[in-house]
Design a protein around this ligand. Structure first.
Ligand SMILES: [Zn+2]
Length: 374
């Protein structure tokens, strides 16, 4: 392809700073030359055919051969990538109940949920990756965040043998997730467990469990020391409640930091800033996400009004799950669909207005389907 060969129509926009292009070394051929010579913030990445099919074939072939190429127009269209769509953060409580209710699931139903999510194109990501917009969900699939509140034993139960052996109970949430994720690698197994200290997971050996959770790729979150009603407490009491868990976890799992809070009962302290950050007894906690109770999917981390300090969750009851899964089936344009590349934010043409450009940070914006719109 010739360096001066410019597309007549834009199939794809790349918007990022020139320095990213120059430093990344991710682009090649024409794209790199364009970036180097244009000095502009918007660069045409994927030339259109112009009746010259060879050039498209060549670009696709080239990009497929390189691990570092950004997704192409046709790949984005095929995936129906929409990274301005909504993401469900599911809120589970008891796992392993005898009977299903809003706050309790049987293990059979929990397995059924995972199967349903998997079949409907969802893949798990951690809350941390979600709020940091570090989303590497496979192309065409939708990220889903699992959270478990209260640190009950059904979340993480171990079976201890008389010989001192210890194994994860395959019938607890951790065991079920590990098993399912192993069988379906593109679904994954990650989740965040929001614990109190009574102690976490209400079983001996909780210290080992906290470390093992982190090793296995799960996260631990703050749910206050005593499942407190934070709206009723003084500022000092709030900070005591919220410093206790991150401190306990940090002391137990050196190097690991608790960075999110699930508000017990969904109740917030009178001074909301204390939900985010505070100090007690010389220890400072700081959350980069605060989760509420109920009631709807969360906005994408790159759209206007995304507020990581007030994230809604969907209650993982049979009724609510059905409601929202159906909603996204009927309204696919509302659903976050990944382009498979954490370095980029891909959206269909027409969704540009939703974005908060400042939230893109160093991510490259790809807009696909412009041709259809014109
Ligand atoms: Zn709770």
């Amino acid at each position: 392809m010739k360096a001066h060969h410019l597309p007549k129509k834009l199939l794809l926009f790349l918007v990022c700073t020139l320095s990213v292009f120059l430093l990344s070394g991710c682009l090649h051929g024409e794209e790199q030359r364009q970036a180097a010579t244009s000095g502009e913030r918007q660069v045409n990445a994927a030339p259109e055919a112009d009746g010259d099919n060879d050039s498209v074939t060549q670009v696709n072939g080239e990009e497929a051969a390189s691990e570092k190429a950004y997704p192409t127009e046709s790949q984005l269209a095929e995936a129906q990538a929409n990274e301005a769509g909504q993401v469900m953060i599911l809120m589970y409580h008891v796992i392993g109940a005898d009977k299903e209710s809003d706050w309790a699931q049987t293990t059979d139903n929990f397995r059924r949920d995972l199967q349903m999510f998997y079949e409907q194109g969802y893949s798990l990501i951690s809350l941390k990756d979600f709020v940091n917009n570090n989303i590497s969900t496979p192309a065409g699939r939708t990220p889903l965040v699992l959270t478990f509140d209260d640190g009950t034993v059904g979340h993480f139960r171990c079976i201890y043998g008389e010989d001192g052996s210890r194994q994860i109970d395959p019938e607890c949430a951790v065991g079920i997730l590990l098993d399912f994720g192993q069988k379906h690698p593109e679904f994954g197994h990650t989740a965040t467990f929001y614990v109190n200290n009574d102690p976490p997971f209400s079983q001996k050996g909780w210290e080992d469990k906290l470390g093992q959770l982190v090793e296995l790729g799960f996260d631990i979150g703050n749910h206050s020391v005593s499942h407190a009603k934070l709206n009723k407490l003084s500022a000092e009491e709030v900070q005591k409640e919220l410093a206790g868990i991150p401190r306990l976890v940090e002391e137990t799992v050196p190097g690991y930091k608790v960075t999110s809070l699930a508000l017990p009962y969904g109740l917030s302290p009178q001074d909301y800033s204390l939900a985010v950050r505070g100090t007690y007894d010389g220890y400072t906690y700081e959350h980069d996400a605060v989760l509420r109770v109920g009631a709807n999917p969360a906005l994408s981390p790159v759209v206007k009004n995304f507020d990581p300090m007030r994230l809604p969750r969907v209650m993982a009851s049979t009724v609510e799950l059905q409601k929202w899964l159906e909603y996204f089936q009927k309204n696919p344009s509302q659903r976050y669909i990944s382009d498979g590349d954490p370095r980029t934010v891909a959206i269909p043409a027409g969704k540009e207005e939703l974005l908060d450009q400042s939230k893109l940070q160093d991510r490259v914006l790809l807009v696909w389907g412009k041709e259809k719109q014109e």
